[in-house]
Write a protein that binds this ligand. Sequence first.
Ligand SMILES: CC(C)(COP(=O)(O)OP(=O)(O)OC[C@H]1O[C@@H](n2cnc3c(N)ncnc32)[C@H](O)[C@@H]1OP(=O)(O)O)[C@@H](O)C(=O)NCCC(=O)NCCS
Length: 182
Amino acid sequence: MTGLAPVAWPPAPIRTERLVLRPSEARDRTAFIELFASAEVGAHLGGARPRAELERMVPQVPGRRPGLFVIDLDDTMIGVVTFDRRDAERPGHVRPDAGEAELGYMLLPEAWGRGYAAEACAAALGWFSDALPGDPVVLRTRTANDRAMRLATKLGFTEVERFEEYGAEQWFGVWRSLTPSR
Ligand SMILES: CC(C)(COP(=O)(O)OP(=O)(O)OC[C@H]1O[C@@H](n2cnc3c(N)ncnc32)[C@H](O)[C@@H]1OP(=O)(O)O)[C@@H](O)C(=O)NCCC(=O)NCCS
């Protein structure tokens, strides 16, 4: 399930100390292809996709959908932060009606190790808690994905459970803003 209904989309660009979170544009196409063709990025996400296939399949303006923020550093895309509604059929839920907002993050390897992912995700979570006060955000990552696990903890996600999915052990956590439910 994609999107982030009922939030109005896109919001105004979000500025952090070093980054801007914004909707995607045609000029981001090369960076999207790099992300999906990267063996390092795909290591815990089912692997890289062939570059030739991506060149054929990726639309002229990739990633134009509610819930997808491009992470922009000095006018160049370095990754994405995403929110998607978690399908009821999948394992891992914190609400009886499922459909929780799930956070995802992917950065180009040259941007790793500088705190950009943490800075972007913290800003995205801040935006989310204003847009949907009191709503939880969930996150799933392979337990073997050290960087993603460190980031989840740093952002304030706490473990709910672990389960097997896609042939690997998954960590499933939740983040709740301090804003009370409406
Ligand atoms: C998961 C991912 C986004 C994490 O990226 P990251 O750069 O490691 O994450 P952070 O932004 O938290 O940066 C942390 C590192 O920046 C370092 N750092 C350097 N300057 C910093 C600064 N100014 N502020 C904060 N941290 C800084 C930290 O010390 C830390 O280093 P360490 O992890 O080696 O200890 C990245 O590895 C990725 O895109 N992976 C592939 C996609 C993926 O697996 N996504 C998860 C799917 S659930």
